[in-house]
Write a protein that binds this ligand. Sequence first.
Ligand SMILES: NC(=O)c1ccc[n+]([C@@H]2O[C@H](COP(=O)([O-])OP(=O)(O)OC[C@H]3O[C@@H](n4cnc5c(N)ncnc54)[C@H](O)[C@@H]3O)[C@@H](O)[C@H]2O)c1
Length: 321
Amino acid sequence: MAGGEEVDEVVRVLVTGGAGFIGSHIQDALLDAGHEVVVVDDLSTGHRENVSERARFYQLDIRDERLREVFSSHEPEAVFHLAAQMDVRRSVREPIYDAQANILGSIHLLEMCRMHGARRIVYASTGGAIYGEPEHLPADENHPINPISQYGISKHTVEHYLRLYWQNHGVSYLALRFPNVYGPRQDPHGEAGVVAIFSLQMLTGIQPVIFGDGSKTRDYVFIKDIVRANLIGLDGTVVGVYNLGWGTEVTDFTIFDTVRAAVGSNVEPRYAPRRLGEVERICLDARRAKQDLGWTPEIALDTGIARAVEYYRANPHGFHV
Ligand SMILES: NC(=O)c1ccc[n+]([C@@H]2O[C@H](COP(=O)([O-])OP(=O)(O)OC[C@H]3O[C@@H](n4cnc5c(N)ncnc54)[C@H](O)[C@@H]3O)[C@@H](O)[C@H]2O)c1
């Protein structure tokens, strides 16, 4: 099922983190497909403007006791769990906050799923931060887990709880290990999201900084492809952990250069020392997702970056105002 298609069965869905970049696009696709959507978000990094008028919205931390009232009022059948502290550097600086939001928040959510009979959870895991410095590339799901940031540890820990709640309580799950996701609504004012940051900086005449020498690599997938994988996940038959990605390394300098071409700028980057917690290289083998979910990315990097740049030209805040 892809966004925009009519569905046979309307599902009551909760999206945590639905005011954020990825969650808000998933929210929109679910609504377009005819589902009922409730969004829970504490607006710590998300924006109220990203929440659709067609969705019910609760400004709430997922650790808050009042999450119980959301579950009893709406009895969601499926949950898309995007809410997280998602800044690698902040996790290094504030590991306790990171663990509280990402691990304890997720356990609280899973307890609600168990108690209120939610049957499906689709979890936004990360392929970029859990494998550590890779032993082979592209990294597949069986690559050793050696996170070098607290964020990588907290995101991976939740996968264990998901498996347990599936085995012990029948809450089926899909943990999607996202690559670097980019596209409209990514916050250009945060510390993560290099396409958004470079786009806004170049559009406003600020010289962008590349941390390291520009050779650091990531696997970049456009938001629309990521949303499609998530919506496939609403179908509860596939359970487990899946990488999403192209399986291709893209350097920081290539991102810089592609954004520069889309903006029509001739700025040169400044270089600064690389930062703690960030791996040097990563890209993800998503053959398992292709085989079991029928998912492969479709939107090429230059096309996706051109769309992102057009969005930031029109929306310099990173969200619609
Ligand atoms: N953006 C990427 O490239 C990427 C890569 C891998 C994984 N992920 C995961 O995808 C998810 C979404 O990331 P994003 O890029 O959209 O980030 P984002 O910051 O835009 O979205 C996260 C949302 O969660 C909300 N939130 C944070 N803590 C919360 C809490 N305790 N209670 C309720 N709401 C809370 C924020 O306000 C925000 O709206 C995260 O779980 C992240 O770990 C993202």
